[in-house]
Ligand binder design. Structure first.
Ligand code: PMT
Length: 397
């Protein structure tokens, strides 16, 4: 980040106390940092600390009441290579989404020619509130990049989602914004998510416990970085809307393969997080199967391997990332999949780890790559896991 000009906006939330550390990290990475604070944020961190660490005067008001000097927000906006707002409170996010401009930070946001990155921080119920979600969607539509909040202990004493991402990760995200070719070139990613349902008869199917959370978190993370996403999902309860998102709903593995094959050639890389049924009933009964005999035998046939298909039908620039869900000999089995399907990378999650795999909001992964690289991560929210995956993909040679 040597020489990059980061305009750091600080709004009035308790997480503001962590910004001293964020400024230090950004400065250590070689960035130039200027700060704008909302008046409310100075209750949480002293402007003197911010000015001292950033080695620049801090802008808070439109004009200095003692000297009468006006602070030129347009100049600040033009100076910045990126506007990083951390913490971004629900209040400031709502105002940004609606074009309100009652402080210097908001006026600067409205004058900006470059990207804005926001790091939301609030209590868990606020983070889930439909109005907050609506405002975030509006900002994403407007091209703002979001570093999602994480789960953990909150200032209210409650535990849940809403905690500002740690300063190291915010700095990493910002660095990736500058470094990443993907972000700059608006790449398209294809993601599969959720289960597949393989019909037995008109009312029954073979399925699995996948909720789609992992695949949707990956899609969100890519959208937040300015990428285009083709998300192909089996039956899930989740919803997502974004102008850069093509969302395709399918039921069976055959339908998923069809959707993948129709979209794959337009994509720069693919992440295959769906839990695709390996087998399907050979025949689908036209009528509901009646309960008669003591035993019922279903003949199953192999489903197409969608991931393998994508790997075999790619051009030399396309990257293919698979998942491996294991219950035993996890690493050995994942490495076999990496090699047999000729993948660039495989994301291993195993049901041997509590809080990993199906349904949960968390996951614990190990990434293995074709260069024998091995990257182990702690148990985290699926959103944070998605960020780790995307950041690792960006470094694929
Ligand atoms: O959806 P969640 O509830 O959030 O759960 C997330 C998850 C556990 C489903 C996800 O993290 C995960 O592990 N997805 C892959 C599950 C799986 O089917 O793994 P597998 O080891 O059986 O398959 C290996 C890879 O081949 C996967 O990338 C899979 O998408 C792909 N595959 C498998 C079979 C098939 N016929 N076609 C495929 O594309």
């Amino acid at each position: 980040m040597q020489g990059k000009r980061i305009l750091l906006g600080i709004t009035g939330g308790i997480a503001a106390y962590k910004i001293a550390y964020l400024i230090r990290i950004l400065k250590k990475k070689g960035a130039e940092v200027k700060c704008i604070m909302t008046p409310a944020s100075s209750d949480f961190i002293s402007p003197l600390v911010v000015a001292t660490l950033s080695q620049n005067p801090v802008a808070i008001e439109f004009w200095d009441k003692k000297t009468g000097v006006w602070t030129n927000h347009v100049e600040l906006a033009l100076w910045a290579d990126v506007f990083l707002i951390a913490p971004a409170t629900a209040n400031s996010i709502a105002k940004m989404a609606n074009g309100l401009c009652d402080n210097l930070l908001l006026a600067t946001y409205l004058s900006l020619k470059t990207k804005t990155i926001i790091c939301p921080a609030m209590d868990l119920d606020m983070y889930q509130h439909p109005s907050f979600k609506r405002n975030i969607q509006t900002l994403i539509h407007d091209g703002v990049l979001v570093v999602p909040a994480t789960s953990g202990e909150l200032a209210s004493g409650l535990e849940g989602e809403g905690r500002m991402e740690e300063p190291e990760m915010i700095a990493q995200f910002t660095e990736n914004y500058f470094l990443s070719d993907l972000t700059k070139s608006n790449q398209t990613v294809l993601i599969t998510a959720g289960p597949t349902y393989e019909a037995i008869d008109p009312v029954r199917f073979i399925g699995n416990h996948s909720s789609g959370k992992m695949g949707f978190a990956l899609a969100e993370s890519c959208l937040n970085r300015g990428m285009y996403v083709v998300l192909i999902t089996g039956p899930v309860q989740l919803q997502m809307a974004h102008p850069n998102l093509t969302l395709i709903h399918v039921n069976s593995a055959d339908e998923m393969l069809k959707a993948v094959s129709e979209n794959w050639s337009e994509c720069h890389f693919g992440i295959f997080a769906a839990a695709v049924a390996d087998y399907r009933p050979k025949e689908i009964a036209i009528q509901k199967i009646k309960k008669k005999e003591e035993n019922l035998t279903l003949e199953l046939v192999k489903n197409p391997d969608i991931l393998k298909w994508a790997s075999e039908n790619r051009n030399s620039a396309q990257k293919v990332i698979g998942f491996a869900l294991e219950t035993n000999n996890a690493e050995e089995n994942a490495l076999l999949k990496l090699t047999n399907k000729k993948l660039d990378m495989i994301v291993l999650n195993t049901l041997e780890n509590d809080g990993a795999g199906f349904q949960s909001d968390t996951n614990k992964i190990t990434i293995l790559d074709k260069e024998n690289g091995k990257f182990e991560f702690n148990l985290k929210s699926k959103k944070a896991v998605a960020q780790d995956i995307i950041e690792t993909i960006m470094n694929i040679k």
